[in-house]
Design a protein around this ligand. Sequence first.
Ligand SMILES: [Zn+2]
Length: 200
Amino acid sequence: MAKLHFYYSAMNAGKTTTLLQSSYNYQERGMRTLLFIPAIDTRHSLGVVSSRIGLTAEAIPFSMSFSFFEYAQDALRTSPVHCILVDEAQFLTKEQVLDLTRIVDEFKIPVLTYGLRSDFKGEPFEGSLYLLTWAEELSEIKTICHCGRKATMNQRIDETGAVLHEGAQIEIGGNERYIALCRRHFEGSMMLAPDRMQVA
Ligand SMILES: [Zn+2]
């Protein structure tokens, strides 16, 4: 039975590596997979899924108006598709998550999505919110904070290492980086944010 899967984690837990391994497992058996990556991910050349440990694969870039359902419908005219994999799935819109559920339900194709649950302010991403709500299968890819506890949150820092508390949810082409933290250490750093100082 085809299902919608959401593999969620904090930053740098190996989501993309896991995605590429899953895609490879299908291809090794002569099966066809389709890989998707947001067009806004400018870290790598457009249309390439790239993991930190050096694995890469070609992928189809998607914008916020992209229709996964129509793309899959067209792809199925040439040959069967056995699995669809979406990297950085937090950037999906609500409509696109709905699109993916239709691919699962109408075409009986499993869809594997990989993404972050929350942004650097501790707020949910739209894509992840609806994946957590609508996916049949939720799996956590675990990673740890510097203290050894499970990391569930993502801190954004600038090029000097200073913690950023403000800014857009999606930064394009910036020099910022992300650090996976446990909630305790994330909350500790957020207490220093100007808007939280007033509350405290
Ligand atoms: Zn910690």
